[in-house]
Each structure stands twice: as C-alpha cells, then as structure tokens.
Design a protein around this ligand. Structure first.
Ligand SMILES: *Cc1c(COP(=O)(O)O)cnc(C)c1O
Length: 198
C-alpha cells in the first residue's frame, strides 16, 4: 500500500483497491492493444462490448443471480430511478407502495405522489426516522404494483436487517449505499437499483 493514500470510507465515492486503480491506469492510454483508451472506443466496438458483458456477468455472479435477472446501466443515478419507477410501473389502480424510512425513501415516494400513484405502507417519519419499519408495521396492499424500500438509509444510518414479506407484491429496493456490502438473498427482490457513483 502506498503511504500517502487516504482511506475514504464515505457512503459516497470511497476507497478502491490499489490493484484496480493501477490496472485502470496501466491500460488508460492503450486498452487491450487497441491503441486507444476505453473512453475513446466506440460503444459498439467488440473491445467495449466485452467489457460491458463481463461487467453485467460479474454483477450477477457477485449477487448470486441467474439469467432470470437483467442488469441495466442507466443514466441519471438513483434519483432518476425515483421518477422512472412510478412512471413505468405504477397506476392509479395499481399504485406504488412506499415504506418511508428516511430521506431517500421519502424522495422516492414524492415522485409517485407527484403523479398521483403513490401510497405509504409504513413510516417512521413521526419519530424522526429513528428505526426501519418492521414487518408487523407494514400494511401491504395486495393491489399495489410494487412495495418500495430504501434498504440502507444513508443519512439516518439505519439499515434493513430483514427482507420484507410482501405476499407476492413485487419488492423494489434502492440499495445505493449498501449494495454488495454484505450477503443478501437478492432473489427475494424483483427490482434493485443503485447510483453506481457510490
Ligand atoms: C445518494 C443516494 C441516492 C441518490 O443517488 P444519486 O445517484 O446521486 O441520484 C439515493 N438513494 C440512496 C440510498 C442514496 O444514498
């Protein structure tokens, strides 16, 4: 390890392994003997396609997921998904159900509320988000399009230690600040997203 390196353990951008940084540095000017950096290669070039496919497969392998799950790289970060989820999945007949457990959970709910397609399954807002609502606090709506949770409440520092039972309603999770930080049975989730800059 290099002595002048600083260890940043933020839930935002944080320390990366030195080997990873050195590999990126070594191939920066000439990726895989292409004579170009990866930033200069066409997004349709085979060299880039191989990186893209391997990244998708690595994520599935790390999460223990098979080909019944798809990995997507989208622009806009987690905040864009706050809006994309109700726009794509919720309707007035089948609303998006939200567990309010902190500021990001609330922001996600606000996007659905704005469209008139959001409802609240449980909330710890009244007690200053001092806990994650537990299973017995959840009022699952069997008619909901999904139940949305924020699996780690970055600002409040509270994290789920259980996977909500939703009785067949698809379970959606914002894992921006804890994805792959510990083993989780990811199969129990139907839709997981995270802002990767974290
Ligand atoms: C930071 C954070 C977000 C916002 O992520 P962006 O990609 O910056 O939009 C959403 N959810 C959680 C849990 C976060 O920690």
């Amino acid at each position: 390890m290099e002595a002048d390196r600083v260890y940043n353990f933020n839930p935002g951008p944080a320390t990366l392994p030195l080997e990873v940084l050195k590999e990126a540095q070594a191939e920066f000017l000439n990726f895989n003997n292409s004579g170009m950096s990866i930033l200069e290669i066409s997004h349709r070039a085979p060299q880039y396609a191989a990186v893209h496919e391997k990244a998708k497969q690595d994520i599935k392998d790390l999460m223990g997921l098979g080909d019944d799950y798809e990995v997507l790289f989208c622009q806009g970060g987690a905040s864009q998904q706050f809006a994309m989820i109700p726009l794509n999945y919720a309707t007035k007949e089948h609303p998006g159900s939200y567990v309010l457990s902190g500021s990001f959970a609330e922001k996600a709910y606000k996007e659905a509320e704005h469209l008139g397609v959001g409802e609240i399954v449980a909330s710890s807002k009244e007690t200053g988000y001092h806990h994650v609502p537990q299973q017995d606090e959840l009022k699952i709506d069997p008619n909901a399009a999904y139940v949305h949770v924020c699996y780690n409440n970055t600002i409040y520092g509270t994290e789920y230690h259980y996977i909500p039972e939703t009785n067949g309603v698809p379970l959606f999770a914002d894992m921006s600040s804890d994805m792959l930080s510990r083993p989780v049975d990811f199969h129990k989730f139907d839709f997981i997203y995270a802002g990767v800059q974290k």
